[in-house]
Ligand binder design. Structure first.
Ligand code: G3P
Ligand code: MG
Length: 242
């Protein structure tokens, strides 16, 4: 059965990558949450999509140049809607605390394809292990050197290789890299790609799928999860058997 992963939380109705968006995903009944992490100047793991804080907060500048106390002063909700004023950029630890007593999976996307953030793999792994949540966590990244590093560092963890287009027989590459899943842009998840991956024991979780027609195609192809901004729409389709 295809699982429903809320992209940056329930980001259609709440500011992305905030605890509010994660609570809404939990309340909506999603199976999992996808989020993005960067590292601050003082080495803390924070949940935000862009390298800069400008688009999703009232501040300006690179995440890597803020300390945690400084970045915590920023408002990460008001840009989306006044009702969310006062939201803060969450730490990974705060997010783990929120989901630990739910059954939800957590897809932590390491945003280390622009800045490498040396040590981010170890910091993320140790934070997740502090909450004993490693079995429910999937680590993904567009930086496949980082995924390879993670594979050697924590061989048993579930890893997903993010990519945008056109890999030929990606299951061959996934096995070479040592990941258990591919996380392709949904237009790269052709039916033959999904079937080939499943034949070879590789899971498929396409992103970011909000179009009902594409959702139905991917459900019919039996992808393992779909990452979407509108988990309610996807759940209805899955329940209705379309
Ligand atoms: O992890 C899937 C998806 O989030 C990758 O793209 O830019 O939304 O982080 P992006
Ligand atoms: Mg992401």
């Amino acid at each position: 059965m295809t699982k429903v992963f809320a992209h940056r939380g329930f980001s259609a109705i709440a500011p992305e990558n905030t605890l509010a968006a994660f609570r809404m995903a939990i309340d909506a009944g999603a199976d999992g949450i996808e989020l993005d992490v960067h590292m601050t100047r003082d080495g803390e793991i924070v949940v935000i999509h862009d390298e800069k804080v400008d688009r999703t907060t009232d501040g300006t500048g690179w995440v890597k140049d803020f300390t945690l106390p400084q970045i915590k002063e920023l408002d990460s909700g008001n840009w989306f809607a006044e009702a969310y004023a006062g939201e803060r950029i969450p730490t990974l630890a705060e997010t783990l605390e929120l989901i630990k007593d739910t059954g939800l999976r957590l897809n932590i996307e390491l945003k280390n394809n622009v800045f490498r953030y040396p040590g981010i793999e170890e910091k993320v792994a140790k934070e997740v292990e502090r909450f004993a949540l490693q079995k429910r966590v999937i680590i993904s990244s567009f930086n496949h050197y980082s995924l390879r590093y993670f594979k050697l560092y924590r061989p048993d963890w579930q890893l997903g290789a993010l990519y945008a287009a056109g890999l030929y027989e990606p299951w061959v590459y996934a096995k070479h890299l040592g990941v258990s899943a591919i996380h392709p842009f949904y237009l790269a998840a052709a039916d033959e790609v999904i079937a080939g991956c499943h034949t070879h024991g590789i899971q498929v979780r396409p992103y970011t799928v909000d179009d009902p027609g594409e959702m139905s195609r991917l459900i019919a192809a039996n992808v393992d999860a779909i990452i979407t901004n509108v988990p309610d729409r996807l759940m209805k389709l899955i329940r209705s058997g379309e």
